[in-house]
Design a protein around this ligand. Structure first.
Ligand SMILES: Cc1cc2nc3c(=O)[nH]c(=O)nc-3n(C[C@H](O)[C@H](O)[C@H](O)COP(=O)(O)O)c2cc1C
Length: 399
Protein backbone atom coordinates (compact mmCIF):
# COMPACT_ATOMS: atom_id res chain seq x y z
CA UNK A 1 0.00 0.00 0.00
CA UNK A 2 1.41 3.43 -0.87
CA UNK A 3 2.04 5.75 2.06
CA UNK A 4 -0.43 8.67 1.77
CA UNK A 5 1.16 10.71 4.53
CA UNK A 6 2.51 14.19 3.82
CA UNK A 7 4.64 16.52 5.87
CA UNK A 8 3.88 20.24 5.78
CA UNK A 9 5.74 22.70 8.01
CA UNK A 10 7.03 19.76 10.04
CA UNK A 11 3.47 18.56 10.69
CA UNK A 12 2.61 15.00 9.68
CA UNK A 13 -0.76 14.63 7.95
CA UNK A 14 -2.15 11.09 7.63
CA UNK A 15 -3.20 11.94 4.05
CA UNK A 16 -2.99 15.18 2.03
CA UNK A 17 -6.69 16.08 2.36
CA UNK A 18 -7.56 18.98 4.64
CA UNK A 19 -10.83 20.80 5.27
CA UNK A 20 -10.39 24.46 4.27
CA UNK A 21 -11.56 27.35 6.42
CA UNK A 22 -15.27 27.47 5.64
CA UNK A 23 -18.75 26.87 7.08
CA UNK A 24 -17.80 23.15 7.33
CA UNK A 25 -15.18 24.04 9.94
CA UNK A 26 -17.22 26.62 11.81
CA UNK A 27 -18.83 24.12 14.13
CA UNK A 28 -17.22 21.66 16.53
CA UNK A 29 -19.49 18.74 15.66
CA UNK A 30 -19.01 19.25 11.94
CA UNK A 31 -15.21 19.09 12.27
CA UNK A 32 -15.58 16.01 14.47
CA UNK A 33 -17.63 14.36 11.71
CA UNK A 34 -15.05 15.41 9.13
CA UNK A 35 -12.26 13.84 11.17
CA UNK A 36 -14.26 10.68 11.77
CA UNK A 37 -14.86 10.43 8.01
CA UNK A 38 -11.08 10.47 7.47
CA UNK A 39 -9.95 14.03 6.74
CA UNK A 40 -6.37 14.49 7.91
CA UNK A 41 -6.84 17.97 9.26
CA UNK A 42 -8.93 21.10 9.27
CA UNK A 43 -8.42 24.83 9.13
CA UNK A 44 -11.04 26.28 11.43
CA UNK A 45 -13.08 29.09 9.88
CA UNK A 46 -11.25 32.38 10.27
CA UNK A 47 -11.79 34.01 13.61
CA UNK A 48 -11.17 37.43 15.11
CA UNK A 49 -10.54 39.05 18.48
CA UNK A 50 -13.45 38.90 20.93
CA UNK A 51 -15.75 41.86 20.46
CA UNK A 52 -15.09 42.43 16.73
CA UNK A 53 -18.22 42.99 14.69
CA UNK A 54 -18.92 40.34 12.03
CA UNK A 55 -21.99 41.64 10.19
CA UNK A 56 -23.04 38.66 8.07
CA UNK A 57 -25.52 39.30 5.22
CA UNK A 58 -27.92 36.79 3.69
CA UNK A 59 -28.33 35.21 1.19
CA UNK A 60 -24.57 34.81 0.95
CA UNK A 61 -24.10 31.95 -1.51
CA UNK A 62 -24.78 31.83 -5.24
CA UNK A 63 -24.35 28.94 -7.68
CA UNK A 64 -22.93 29.85 -11.07
CA UNK A 65 -25.41 29.08 -13.82
CA UNK A 66 -24.59 28.98 -17.52
CA UNK A 67 -27.21 28.44 -20.23
CA UNK A 68 -29.66 27.30 -17.59
CA UNK A 69 -27.33 24.70 -16.10
CA UNK A 70 -25.57 24.77 -12.77
CA UNK A 71 -21.89 24.86 -13.51
CA UNK A 72 -18.86 24.19 -11.49
CA UNK A 73 -18.46 27.29 -9.38
CA UNK A 74 -19.92 28.99 -6.38
CA UNK A 75 -19.82 32.56 -5.15
CA UNK A 76 -19.99 33.68 -1.54
CA UNK A 77 -20.23 36.94 0.32
CA UNK A 78 -19.54 35.21 3.62
CA UNK A 79 -17.22 36.95 6.02
CA UNK A 80 -15.09 35.38 8.72
CA UNK A 81 -16.66 33.35 11.52
CA UNK A 82 -19.18 35.02 13.78
CA UNK A 83 -17.56 32.98 16.56
CA UNK A 84 -14.71 34.85 18.14
CA UNK A 85 -11.33 33.48 19.10
CA UNK A 86 -12.31 32.55 22.66
CA UNK A 87 -14.97 30.15 21.34
CA UNK A 88 -12.79 28.84 18.50
CA UNK A 89 -9.95 28.18 20.96
CA UNK A 90 -12.27 25.99 23.05
CA UNK A 91 -13.08 24.00 19.91
CA UNK A 92 -9.43 23.61 18.97
CA UNK A 93 -8.59 22.42 22.48
CA UNK A 94 -11.44 19.89 22.33
CA UNK A 95 -10.41 18.64 18.89
CA UNK A 96 -6.76 18.28 19.91
CA UNK A 97 -7.84 16.26 22.93
CA UNK A 98 -10.23 14.00 21.01
CA UNK A 99 -8.20 13.71 17.79
CA UNK A 100 -4.54 14.27 18.73
CA UNK A 101 -3.30 12.74 15.47
CA UNK A 102 -5.34 15.14 13.28
CA UNK A 103 -3.83 18.48 12.35
CA UNK A 104 -6.03 21.29 13.63
CA UNK A 105 -5.13 24.71 12.31
CA UNK A 106 -6.48 28.05 13.53
CA UNK A 107 -7.21 30.77 10.99
CA UNK A 108 -7.11 34.43 11.96
CA UNK A 109 -7.73 37.90 10.61
CA UNK A 110 -6.95 41.14 12.43
CA UNK A 111 -7.32 44.81 11.66
CA UNK A 112 -4.35 46.04 13.67
CA UNK A 113 -1.06 44.69 15.01
CA UNK A 114 -2.40 43.98 18.48
CA UNK A 115 -5.25 41.86 17.02
CA UNK A 116 -2.83 39.57 15.21
CA UNK A 117 -0.64 39.28 18.31
CA UNK A 118 -3.56 38.51 20.61
CA UNK A 119 -4.97 35.91 18.21
CA UNK A 120 -1.63 34.14 17.79
CA UNK A 121 -1.19 33.94 21.56
CA UNK A 122 -4.70 32.59 22.10
CA UNK A 123 -4.41 29.92 19.38
CA UNK A 124 -1.00 28.75 20.53
CA UNK A 125 -2.30 28.37 24.04
CA UNK A 126 -5.31 26.43 22.82
CA UNK A 127 -3.00 23.89 21.20
CA UNK A 128 -3.41 24.72 17.49
CA UNK A 129 -0.92 22.89 15.30
CA UNK A 130 -0.42 25.88 12.98
CA UNK A 131 -1.81 29.32 12.35
CA UNK A 132 -3.18 30.32 8.97
CA UNK A 133 -3.54 34.05 8.42
CA UNK A 134 -6.19 35.28 6.04
CA UNK A 135 -4.63 38.02 3.94
CA UNK A 136 -7.21 37.34 1.25
CA UNK A 137 -10.82 37.59 2.34
CA UNK A 138 -12.40 39.13 -0.79
CA UNK A 139 -14.84 41.03 1.39
CA UNK A 140 -11.95 42.34 3.50
CA UNK A 141 -11.17 45.95 4.02
CA UNK A 142 -7.76 47.49 3.92
CA UNK A 143 -7.72 50.85 5.61
CA UNK A 144 -9.31 53.42 3.34
CA UNK A 145 -9.63 50.99 0.40
CA UNK A 146 -12.88 49.04 0.87
CA UNK A 147 -12.69 45.62 -0.78
CA UNK A 148 -8.89 45.67 -0.98
CA UNK A 149 -7.13 42.69 0.55
CA UNK A 150 -3.99 42.67 2.67
CA UNK A 151 -2.51 40.16 0.21
CA UNK A 152 -2.64 42.78 -2.54
CA UNK A 153 -0.13 45.06 -0.87
CA UNK A 154 3.32 43.48 -0.92
CA UNK A 155 4.75 45.88 1.69
CA UNK A 156 1.92 45.12 4.09
CA UNK A 157 2.26 41.37 3.46
CA UNK A 158 5.86 41.59 4.63
CA UNK A 159 5.15 43.88 7.56
CA UNK A 160 2.15 41.98 8.93
CA UNK A 161 3.83 38.58 8.43
CA UNK A 162 6.74 39.97 10.44
CA UNK A 163 4.44 40.96 13.34
CA UNK A 164 2.80 37.55 13.33
CA UNK A 165 6.12 35.71 13.22
CA UNK A 166 7.39 37.77 16.15
CA UNK A 167 4.30 36.87 18.14
CA UNK A 168 4.37 33.14 17.29
CA UNK A 169 6.44 31.17 19.75
CA UNK A 170 5.57 27.63 18.71
CA UNK A 171 3.26 27.41 15.69
CA UNK A 172 4.24 27.54 12.05
CA UNK A 173 2.72 30.62 10.37
CA UNK A 174 0.96 30.08 7.05
CA UNK A 175 -0.09 33.14 5.03
CA UNK A 176 -3.21 32.68 2.89
CA UNK A 177 -2.59 34.73 -0.24
CA UNK A 178 -4.98 36.00 -2.89
CA UNK A 179 -4.59 35.12 -6.57
CA UNK A 180 -5.96 38.59 -7.38
CA UNK A 181 -2.54 40.25 -7.73
CA UNK A 182 -0.32 41.18 -10.66
CA UNK A 183 2.54 39.05 -9.40
CA UNK A 184 1.90 36.21 -6.96
CA UNK A 185 5.63 35.51 -6.68
CA UNK A 186 6.24 38.98 -5.22
CA UNK A 187 3.60 38.34 -2.57
CA UNK A 188 5.06 34.92 -1.69
CA UNK A 189 8.57 36.39 -1.58
CA UNK A 190 7.31 39.03 0.86
CA UNK A 191 6.10 36.21 3.14
CA UNK A 192 9.47 34.51 2.79
CA UNK A 193 11.37 37.72 3.53
CA UNK A 194 9.43 38.11 6.77
CA UNK A 195 10.25 34.49 7.67
CA UNK A 196 6.70 33.20 7.22
CA UNK A 197 6.80 29.40 7.28
CA UNK A 198 4.51 28.66 4.36
CA UNK A 199 1.81 30.00 2.08
CA UNK A 200 -1.73 28.89 1.44
CA UNK A 201 -2.43 29.32 -2.26
CA UNK A 202 -4.76 30.79 -2.98
CA UNK A 203 -8.37 31.44 -1.89
CA UNK A 204 -11.39 32.58 -3.88
CA UNK A 205 -11.37 35.10 -6.73
CA UNK A 206 -13.36 38.34 -6.52
CA UNK A 207 -16.32 38.09 -8.90
CA UNK A 208 -19.71 39.52 -9.79
CA UNK A 209 -21.92 36.44 -9.92
CA UNK A 210 -24.55 37.69 -12.35
CA UNK A 211 -27.53 39.95 -12.90
CA UNK A 212 -31.13 38.81 -12.56
CA UNK A 213 -32.69 39.76 -15.91
CA UNK A 214 -36.18 40.08 -14.43
CA UNK A 215 -35.31 42.41 -11.59
CA UNK A 216 -32.20 43.85 -13.29
CA UNK A 217 -30.44 43.53 -9.97
CA UNK A 218 -27.13 41.75 -9.39
CA UNK A 219 -26.91 38.56 -7.32
CA UNK A 220 -26.88 37.62 -4.56
CA UNK A 221 -29.68 40.11 -4.00
CA UNK A 222 -29.39 41.33 -0.42
CA UNK A 223 -32.33 43.67 0.02
CA UNK A 224 -31.92 44.93 -3.54
CA UNK A 225 -28.14 45.43 -3.40
CA UNK A 226 -25.15 43.17 -3.85
CA UNK A 227 -21.42 43.17 -3.30
CA UNK A 228 -18.72 41.20 -5.07
CA UNK A 229 -18.50 37.51 -4.27
CA UNK A 230 -15.56 35.18 -3.81
CA UNK A 231 -15.60 32.64 -6.65
CA UNK A 232 -14.69 29.08 -5.65
CA UNK A 233 -15.01 25.55 -6.99
CA UNK A 234 -13.76 23.73 -10.10
CA UNK A 235 -13.93 26.81 -12.34
CA UNK A 236 -11.01 28.39 -10.50
CA UNK A 237 -8.78 25.29 -10.44
CA UNK A 238 -6.60 26.31 -13.41
CA UNK A 239 -5.90 29.67 -11.77
CA UNK A 240 -4.90 28.00 -8.52
CA UNK A 241 -2.70 25.50 -10.37
CA UNK A 242 -0.78 28.33 -11.99
CA UNK A 243 -0.47 30.19 -8.70
CA UNK A 244 0.91 27.10 -6.94
CA UNK A 245 3.27 26.39 -9.84
CA UNK A 246 4.59 29.96 -9.90
CA UNK A 247 5.20 30.07 -6.16
CA UNK A 248 6.91 26.66 -6.27
CA UNK A 249 9.12 27.54 -9.20
CA UNK A 250 10.25 30.89 -7.89
CA UNK A 251 10.26 30.68 -4.10
CA UNK A 252 10.47 27.03 -3.04
CA UNK A 253 8.15 27.88 -0.12
CA UNK A 254 6.02 25.09 1.38
CA UNK A 255 2.51 25.41 -0.05
CA UNK A 256 -0.89 24.21 1.10
CA UNK A 257 -3.10 24.34 -2.00
CA UNK A 258 -6.68 25.60 -2.08
CA UNK A 259 -9.00 26.82 -4.81
CA UNK A 260 -11.01 24.56 -7.05
CA UNK A 261 -9.90 21.07 -6.04
CA UNK A 262 -12.79 18.67 -5.73
CA UNK A 263 -11.50 15.27 -6.86
CA UNK A 264 -8.43 13.19 -6.12
CA UNK A 265 -7.22 14.02 -9.61
CA UNK A 266 -7.39 17.77 -8.85
CA UNK A 267 -5.51 17.21 -5.61
CA UNK A 268 -2.79 15.21 -7.35
CA UNK A 269 -2.44 17.99 -9.92
CA UNK A 270 -1.96 20.55 -7.14
CA UNK A 271 0.70 18.29 -5.62
CA UNK A 272 2.43 17.68 -8.95
CA UNK A 273 3.12 21.42 -9.13
CA UNK A 274 4.31 21.62 -5.54
CA UNK A 275 1.45 21.67 -3.02
CA UNK A 276 2.32 19.57 0.02
CA UNK A 277 -1.33 19.08 0.88
CA UNK A 278 -4.69 20.19 -0.47
CA UNK A 279 -7.54 22.01 1.22
CA UNK A 280 -11.10 21.63 -0.02
CA UNK A 281 -14.19 23.69 0.71
CA UNK A 282 -16.76 23.91 -2.12
CA UNK A 283 -16.61 20.17 -2.87
CA UNK A 284 -17.35 19.39 0.78
CA UNK A 285 -20.14 21.98 0.90
CA UNK A 286 -21.71 20.32 -2.15
CA UNK A 287 -21.12 16.65 -1.50
CA UNK A 288 -20.31 16.25 2.14
CA UNK A 289 -17.41 14.92 4.20
CA UNK A 290 -17.79 11.43 2.74
CA UNK A 291 -15.90 12.39 -0.45
CA UNK A 292 -12.76 11.71 1.55
CA UNK A 293 -13.15 7.99 0.82
CA UNK A 294 -12.96 8.56 -2.94
CA UNK A 295 -10.09 10.99 -2.47
CA UNK A 296 -8.01 8.49 -0.52
CA UNK A 297 -8.85 5.52 -2.76
CA UNK A 298 -8.12 7.48 -5.92
CA UNK A 299 -4.82 8.78 -4.60
CA UNK A 300 -3.80 5.28 -3.51
CA UNK A 301 -4.57 3.81 -6.93
CA UNK A 302 -2.77 6.65 -8.68
CA UNK A 303 0.33 6.09 -6.55
CA UNK A 304 0.24 2.34 -7.13
CA UNK A 305 -0.16 2.81 -10.88
CA UNK A 306 2.90 5.05 -11.03
CA UNK A 307 4.77 3.04 -8.42
CA UNK A 308 5.10 6.00 -6.10
CA UNK A 309 5.64 4.75 -2.57
CA UNK A 310 5.32 8.08 -0.82
CA UNK A 311 3.84 11.48 -1.66
CA UNK A 312 7.29 13.06 -1.86
CA UNK A 313 7.93 10.87 -4.89
CA UNK A 314 5.63 13.04 -6.97
CA UNK A 315 5.19 16.40 -5.20
CA UNK A 316 6.54 19.02 -7.61
CA UNK A 317 7.26 16.47 -10.35
CA UNK A 318 5.46 18.39 -13.13
CA UNK A 319 7.23 21.69 -12.49
CA UNK A 320 10.15 20.76 -14.74
CA UNK A 321 7.75 20.76 -17.70
CA UNK A 322 6.62 24.38 -17.31
CA UNK A 323 8.48 27.07 -19.22
CA UNK A 324 7.81 30.33 -21.03
CA UNK A 325 6.23 30.32 -24.48
CA UNK A 326 9.44 31.33 -26.25
CA UNK A 327 11.21 28.26 -24.84
CA UNK A 328 8.61 25.75 -26.02
CA UNK A 329 10.06 23.31 -28.54
CA UNK A 330 9.32 23.82 -32.23
CA UNK A 331 7.59 20.61 -33.15
CA UNK A 332 6.17 19.93 -36.57
CA UNK A 333 2.49 20.63 -37.04
CA UNK A 334 -0.09 18.41 -35.37
CA UNK A 335 -3.07 16.67 -36.83
CA UNK A 336 -6.48 16.00 -35.35
CA UNK A 337 -7.55 12.35 -35.48
CA UNK A 338 -11.25 11.54 -34.95
CA UNK A 339 -12.22 8.00 -33.87
CA UNK A 340 -15.22 7.32 -36.01
CA UNK A 341 -16.48 4.55 -33.73
CA UNK A 342 -16.68 6.91 -30.76
CA UNK A 343 -18.16 9.89 -32.67
CA UNK A 344 -21.77 10.68 -31.73
CA UNK A 345 -22.30 12.99 -34.76
CA UNK A 346 -22.94 16.03 -32.59
CA UNK A 347 -21.25 18.40 -35.09
CA UNK A 348 -19.56 20.39 -32.35
CA UNK A 349 -16.05 19.87 -33.73
CA UNK A 350 -17.20 20.75 -37.23
CA UNK A 351 -18.86 24.02 -36.20
CA UNK A 352 -16.04 25.04 -33.88
CA UNK A 353 -13.38 24.40 -36.50
CA UNK A 354 -15.41 26.08 -39.22
CA UNK A 355 -16.07 29.28 -37.29
CA UNK A 356 -13.26 29.37 -34.76
CA UNK A 357 -10.44 27.24 -36.12
CA UNK A 358 -9.06 26.55 -39.57
CA UNK A 359 -12.13 25.18 -41.38
CA UNK A 360 -10.27 21.89 -41.40
CA UNK A 361 -13.20 19.56 -40.67
CA UNK A 362 -15.82 18.69 -43.23
CA UNK A 363 -18.91 16.48 -42.92
CA UNK A 364 -19.29 13.56 -45.30
CA UNK A 365 -22.60 12.40 -46.71
CA UNK A 366 -23.34 10.35 -43.60
CA UNK A 367 -22.61 13.44 -41.46
CA UNK A 368 -19.37 12.02 -40.18
CA UNK A 369 -16.63 14.59 -39.49
CA UNK A 370 -13.53 14.24 -41.65
CA UNK A 371 -10.28 16.09 -41.01
CA UNK A 372 -8.76 17.88 -44.01
CA UNK A 373 -5.09 17.14 -43.45
CA UNK A 374 -3.76 20.11 -45.49
CA UNK A 375 -5.80 22.59 -43.46
CA UNK A 376 -5.51 21.08 -39.95
CA UNK A 377 -2.73 22.51 -37.78
CA UNK A 378 -3.54 20.46 -34.68
CA UNK A 379 -4.64 23.52 -32.68
CA UNK A 380 -6.74 21.42 -30.27
CA UNK A 381 -10.08 23.27 -30.56
CA UNK A 382 -12.00 20.21 -31.78
CA UNK A 383 -10.64 18.17 -28.89
CA UNK A 384 -11.58 20.94 -26.45
CA UNK A 385 -15.24 21.00 -27.56
CA UNK A 386 -15.76 17.26 -28.14
CA UNK A 387 -18.09 15.84 -25.46
CA UNK A 388 -16.83 12.25 -25.84
CA UNK A 389 -13.68 11.29 -23.96
CA UNK A 390 -11.10 9.68 -26.21
CA UNK A 391 -12.94 10.42 -29.46
CA UNK A 392 -10.47 13.03 -30.74
CA UNK A 393 -6.71 13.13 -30.25
CA UNK A 394 -3.98 15.32 -31.63
CA UNK A 395 -0.98 13.58 -33.13
CA UNK A 396 2.15 14.89 -34.77
CA UNK A 397 1.48 15.04 -38.52
CA UNK A 398 3.85 12.58 -40.09
CA UNK A 399 3.08 13.78 -43.62
C1 LIG B 1 -18.87 30.04 2.13
C2 LIG B 1 -17.38 30.14 2.22
C3 LIG B 1 -16.78 30.67 3.36
C4 LIG B 1 -15.40 30.79 3.44
N1 LIG B 1 -14.83 31.30 4.58
C5 LIG B 1 -13.49 31.41 4.66
C6 LIG B 1 -12.88 31.90 5.84
O1 LIG B 1 -13.52 32.21 6.83
N2 LIG B 1 -11.52 32.03 5.85
C7 LIG B 1 -10.74 31.68 4.77
O2 LIG B 1 -9.52 31.80 4.85
N3 LIG B 1 -11.30 31.17 3.66
C8 LIG B 1 -12.65 31.04 3.57
N4 LIG B 1 -13.20 30.52 2.45
C9 LIG B 1 -12.33 30.11 1.33
C10 LIG B 1 -12.04 28.61 1.38
O3 LIG B 1 -11.28 28.28 2.52
C11 LIG B 1 -11.26 28.15 0.12
O4 LIG B 1 -9.94 28.64 0.19
C12 LIG B 1 -11.90 28.61 -1.16
O5 LIG B 1 -13.29 28.40 -1.13
C13 LIG B 1 -11.32 27.90 -2.39
O6 LIG B 1 -11.40 26.51 -2.29
P1 LIG B 1 -12.60 25.62 -2.94
O7 LIG B 1 -12.61 25.91 -4.41
O8 LIG B 1 -12.22 24.22 -2.58
O9 LIG B 1 -13.86 26.06 -2.31
C14 LIG B 1 -14.58 30.37 2.36
C15 LIG B 1 -15.19 29.83 1.22
C16 LIG B 1 -16.56 29.70 1.14
C17 LIG B 1 -17.17 29.11 -0.10
Amino acid sequence: MPDLRTVFCGLRFENPFVLAAAPSTDDLDMVRRGYEAGWAGAVMKTTSVPGSAVPLKYPMITGLTHEGRRVAAMGNIDLISEHHADEVCKRIAALKKEFPEKITIGSIMGSQRSDWETLVGMLEQAGADAIECSFSCPQGTLGSKPGAMLGQDVKLVKEVTGWIKKAAKRCPVVIKLTPQVADIVEAALAVKAAKGDAVCASNTIPALMGINLDTLRPIPDVGGMTSYSGLSGPAIKPITLRVIAEISRHTKMPITGTGGASTWQDAVEFMLVGARNVQMCTAVMKEGFRIIEHLKDGLSEFMERHQFQKTDDFIGYALRFITTHDKLPNISKGLSVIEDKKCIRCNLCYVACRDGGHAAIEMDKKRRPRVIREKCVGCGLCLAVCPVAGCIRIEPDAA
